[in-house]
Design a protein around this ligand. Structure first.
Ligand SMILES: [Zn+2]
Length: 195
Protein backbone atom coordinates (compact mmCIF):
# COMPACT_ATOMS: atom_id res chain seq x y z
CA UNK A 1 0.00 0.00 0.00
CA UNK A 2 2.78 2.35 0.86
CA UNK A 3 4.32 1.63 -2.49
CA UNK A 4 1.10 2.48 -4.28
CA UNK A 5 0.95 5.75 -2.41
CA UNK A 6 4.40 6.64 -3.58
CA UNK A 7 3.76 5.92 -7.22
CA UNK A 8 0.49 7.82 -7.03
CA UNK A 9 2.28 10.75 -5.51
CA UNK A 10 4.93 10.47 -8.19
CA UNK A 11 2.29 10.50 -10.91
CA UNK A 12 0.65 13.57 -9.42
CA UNK A 13 3.92 15.41 -9.15
CA UNK A 14 4.87 14.52 -12.65
CA UNK A 15 1.76 16.03 -14.21
CA UNK A 16 3.04 19.49 -13.44
CA UNK A 17 6.73 18.67 -13.86
CA UNK A 18 8.82 20.21 -16.62
CA UNK A 19 10.23 17.64 -19.03
CA UNK A 20 13.80 16.52 -18.57
CA UNK A 21 15.13 18.61 -21.46
CA UNK A 22 13.70 21.74 -19.86
CA UNK A 23 15.18 20.75 -16.52
CA UNK A 24 18.54 20.20 -18.15
CA UNK A 25 18.44 23.55 -19.88
CA UNK A 26 17.45 25.18 -16.63
CA UNK A 27 20.35 23.56 -14.84
CA UNK A 28 22.79 24.68 -17.51
CA UNK A 29 21.46 28.22 -17.31
CA UNK A 30 20.06 28.18 -20.83
CA UNK A 31 16.56 29.35 -20.02
CA UNK A 32 15.48 32.98 -20.17
CA UNK A 33 14.66 34.40 -16.78
CA UNK A 34 10.92 34.32 -17.41
CA UNK A 35 11.11 30.65 -18.29
CA UNK A 36 13.54 29.82 -15.50
CA UNK A 37 11.58 31.32 -12.62
CA UNK A 38 8.64 28.85 -12.78
CA UNK A 39 11.14 25.98 -12.91
CA UNK A 40 12.96 27.31 -9.87
CA UNK A 41 9.62 27.62 -8.06
CA UNK A 42 8.71 24.11 -9.08
CA UNK A 43 12.04 22.70 -7.93
CA UNK A 44 11.49 24.23 -4.52
CA UNK A 45 8.46 21.99 -3.98
CA UNK A 46 9.14 18.96 -6.17
CA UNK A 47 11.40 16.23 -4.76
CA UNK A 48 11.33 14.33 -8.06
CA UNK A 49 12.71 17.14 -10.16
CA UNK A 50 15.20 17.94 -7.42
CA UNK A 51 16.35 14.36 -7.68
CA UNK A 52 16.56 14.61 -11.46
CA UNK A 53 18.77 17.67 -11.16
CA UNK A 54 20.96 15.89 -8.64
CA UNK A 55 21.38 12.98 -11.05
CA UNK A 56 22.23 15.36 -13.85
CA UNK A 57 24.83 17.04 -11.65
CA UNK A 58 26.31 13.68 -10.82
CA UNK A 59 26.51 12.82 -14.48
CA UNK A 60 28.19 16.10 -15.33
CA UNK A 61 30.66 15.63 -12.51
CA UNK A 62 31.53 12.19 -13.82
CA UNK A 63 32.36 13.54 -17.24
CA UNK A 64 34.79 15.80 -15.39
CA UNK A 65 34.35 18.80 -17.61
CA UNK A 66 32.66 22.10 -17.16
CA UNK A 67 30.38 22.12 -20.13
CA UNK A 68 29.81 25.27 -22.06
CA UNK A 69 26.03 25.26 -22.25
CA UNK A 70 25.67 26.58 -25.78
CA UNK A 71 28.10 24.10 -27.22
CA UNK A 72 27.68 21.07 -25.01
CA UNK A 73 25.51 19.19 -27.46
CA UNK A 74 27.79 19.10 -30.47
CA UNK A 75 31.33 19.69 -29.30
CA UNK A 76 33.62 16.98 -28.05
CA UNK A 77 35.41 18.07 -24.93
CA UNK A 78 38.66 16.40 -24.08
CA UNK A 79 40.77 16.78 -20.98
CA UNK A 80 44.38 16.37 -21.99
CA UNK A 81 46.30 13.66 -20.19
CA UNK A 82 49.99 14.06 -19.60
CA UNK A 83 52.06 11.27 -21.07
CA UNK A 84 55.74 10.66 -20.39
CA UNK A 85 58.00 12.70 -22.63
CA UNK A 86 61.26 11.44 -24.01
CA UNK A 87 62.89 10.19 -27.15
CA UNK A 88 60.20 7.74 -28.02
CA UNK A 89 57.30 10.14 -28.10
CA UNK A 90 59.37 12.81 -29.72
CA UNK A 91 60.21 10.45 -32.53
CA UNK A 92 56.58 9.49 -32.82
CA UNK A 93 55.65 13.12 -33.41
CA UNK A 94 58.66 13.65 -35.60
CA UNK A 95 59.22 17.29 -34.84
CA UNK A 96 62.79 18.26 -35.61
CA UNK A 97 62.02 21.89 -34.66
CA UNK A 98 61.81 20.90 -31.03
CA UNK A 99 65.02 18.93 -31.14
CA UNK A 100 66.89 21.95 -32.49
CA UNK A 101 65.58 24.31 -29.86
CA UNK A 102 66.34 21.86 -27.13
CA UNK A 103 65.53 22.07 -23.48
CA UNK A 104 66.55 20.07 -20.47
CA UNK A 105 63.30 18.32 -19.91
CA UNK A 106 62.00 18.01 -23.44
CA UNK A 107 58.48 18.94 -24.46
CA UNK A 108 55.47 18.18 -22.31
CA UNK A 109 53.40 15.59 -24.09
CA UNK A 110 49.66 15.17 -23.82
CA UNK A 111 46.96 12.99 -25.23
CA UNK A 112 43.44 14.27 -25.62
CA UNK A 113 40.94 12.10 -27.44
CA UNK A 114 42.26 11.74 -30.98
CA UNK A 115 44.78 14.50 -30.53
CA UNK A 116 48.40 14.55 -29.42
CA UNK A 117 49.71 17.74 -28.00
CA UNK A 118 53.27 18.78 -27.40
CA UNK A 119 54.25 21.86 -25.41
CA UNK A 120 57.75 23.18 -25.17
CA UNK A 121 58.16 25.70 -22.39
CA UNK A 122 61.27 27.86 -22.64
CA UNK A 123 62.75 31.09 -21.42
CA UNK A 124 61.65 33.82 -23.76
CA UNK A 125 64.91 34.98 -25.38
CA UNK A 126 63.52 38.43 -26.17
CA UNK A 127 61.98 39.07 -22.78
CA UNK A 128 64.27 38.20 -19.90
CA UNK A 129 62.46 36.58 -17.00
CA UNK A 130 59.50 35.68 -19.17
CA UNK A 131 58.57 32.35 -20.71
CA UNK A 132 57.42 31.19 -24.09
CA UNK A 133 55.48 28.15 -25.18
CA UNK A 134 55.90 26.41 -28.50
CA UNK A 135 52.97 24.15 -29.09
CA UNK A 136 52.09 21.55 -31.65
CA UNK A 137 48.88 19.61 -31.90
CA UNK A 138 48.33 16.68 -34.22
CA UNK A 139 45.29 14.59 -34.97
CA UNK A 140 42.68 17.33 -35.18
CA UNK A 141 41.24 19.57 -37.87
CA UNK A 142 43.44 22.66 -37.57
CA UNK A 143 41.10 25.13 -39.22
CA UNK A 144 39.55 27.80 -36.98
CA UNK A 145 41.07 26.56 -33.77
CA UNK A 146 41.67 29.15 -31.10
CA UNK A 147 44.31 28.49 -28.48
CA UNK A 148 43.88 30.28 -25.19
CA UNK A 149 45.85 30.58 -22.00
CA UNK A 150 43.76 31.21 -18.94
CA UNK A 151 44.32 31.89 -15.31
CA UNK A 152 41.13 31.17 -13.44
CA UNK A 153 38.40 32.46 -15.73
CA UNK A 154 40.55 35.20 -17.18
CA UNK A 155 42.00 34.80 -20.66
CA UNK A 156 45.65 35.85 -20.47
CA UNK A 157 46.32 35.57 -24.17
CA UNK A 158 44.96 33.83 -27.25
CA UNK A 159 46.28 32.87 -30.66
CA UNK A 160 45.02 30.97 -33.67
CA UNK A 161 46.41 27.58 -34.57
CA UNK A 162 48.27 27.57 -37.87
CA UNK A 163 47.38 25.03 -40.54
CA UNK A 164 50.17 22.68 -39.46
CA UNK A 165 48.97 22.69 -35.89
CA UNK A 166 51.62 25.01 -34.44
CA UNK A 167 51.10 27.85 -32.01
CA UNK A 168 53.36 30.10 -29.97
CA UNK A 169 52.92 32.13 -26.84
CA UNK A 170 55.58 34.58 -25.73
CA UNK A 171 56.30 37.01 -22.90
CA UNK A 172 54.50 34.89 -20.31
CA UNK A 173 54.91 35.33 -16.62
CA UNK A 174 55.74 32.20 -14.70
CA UNK A 175 52.66 30.67 -13.15
CA UNK A 176 50.01 28.05 -13.47
CA UNK A 177 47.78 28.26 -16.50
CA UNK A 178 45.01 26.37 -18.20
CA UNK A 179 45.47 25.98 -21.91
CA UNK A 180 42.48 25.39 -24.14
CA UNK A 181 42.17 24.65 -27.82
CA UNK A 182 38.71 25.21 -29.18
CA UNK A 183 37.58 24.47 -32.68
CA UNK A 184 34.22 24.03 -34.38
CA UNK A 185 33.93 20.41 -33.27
CA UNK A 186 36.19 19.89 -30.31
CA UNK A 187 37.64 21.46 -27.28
CA UNK A 188 40.83 20.37 -25.51
CA UNK A 189 41.68 21.42 -22.00
CA UNK A 190 45.17 21.21 -20.55
CA UNK A 191 44.85 21.84 -16.86
CA UNK A 192 47.45 22.91 -14.31
CA UNK A 193 50.08 23.86 -16.82
CA UNK A 194 52.99 25.11 -14.77
CA UNK A 195 55.43 27.33 -16.61
ZN1 LIG B 1 8.68 18.09 -10.63
Amino acid sequence: MAQMDDSLKAALYRISCPDSATLGNFHLGLLAETAAQPIADHLAICPLCTRDIAQLEEFLAETAVSLQPSTAARIKVWIAKRIPSGGQTRNMLGQPAFAVRGSDSGPLMYEAGDAQLSLEVQDDPEHPGRKSILGLVLGIETESVEVKLLQGDAVVTAVTLDELGNFTFAKLEAGTYELTLSGPEMEIHVQDLLI
